[in-house]
Write a protein that binds this ligand. Structure first.
Ligand SMILES: [Cu+2]
Length: 191
């Protein structure tokens, strides 16, 4: 379950995306849910990029973070283990990168140009699984530990908010954002 109290304010767009991770057996259930706006981003706020590129870390034979959100652009794949990892990723079945990282401390930068939910796997360890939501606009968020999220300065208008979670998959809800007014919604993800 993810409950959201987004703060939606400002000008007019039409599709929000929301994403989230979860492993049913662990507390990650609430870790993430994120929204994005699909169109008219030129009307909205600036698409700020992070000061340094996000990382996908192979650590103790797991991906850290398990789920993350990042803008399109560079991502650094890191091997922090003294064993070989072969990190590969996909949008559905479309490969994005496939990288052998035999050495501890190895770092490889790749650019991800499309948006969507990217699945991350390791050829050497079948249990390793991670997710990255790649956003092509600034209207997305990953939930806090308590399941809440906020997306600020969304142009007024009607949107579809999509919430995604690893175990449940996506759900969609309609959201109307009014000018200079905060909009709150509650979402329940279940399977
Ligand atoms: Cu591995």
């Amino acid at each position: 379950m993810c409950s959201h109290g987004p703060c939606l304010q400002a000008h007019g767009v039409e599709k929000i995306f929301s994403i989230g991770p979860i492993s049913p057996e662990e507390e990650k259930l609430l870790e993430a849910c994120l929204p994005e706006l699909k169109k008219n981003i030129e009307k909205g706020k600036a698409f700020a990029k992070p000061a340094k590129p996000p990382e996908i870390e192979n650590l103790k034979c797991d991906f850290h973070p398990h789920v993350q959100a990042m803008p399109t652009g560079d991502v650094v794949i890191v091997n922090s283990d003294p064993v070989l990892h072969n990190t590969k990723s996909f949008f559905d079945r479309t490969p994005v990168f496939n990288l052998a990282l035999p050495n501890q401390g190895q770092r490889i930068t790749r650019s991800v140009k499309r948006s969507g939910i990217m699945r991350i796997e390791c050829d050497a360890h079948g249990w390793m699984l991670g997710w990255a939501y790649v956003a092509d606009n600034p209207y997305y968020a990953i939930t806090q530990k308590d399941g809440t999220f906020t997306i600020a300065d969304i142009p007024p208008g009607g949107y579809t908010l999509v919430a995604w979670q690893e175990f449940t998959g996506p759900i969609e809800v309609s959201v109307t954002v009014k000018a200079k007014e905060a909009t709150s919604i509650n979402l329940e993800l279940k399977k």
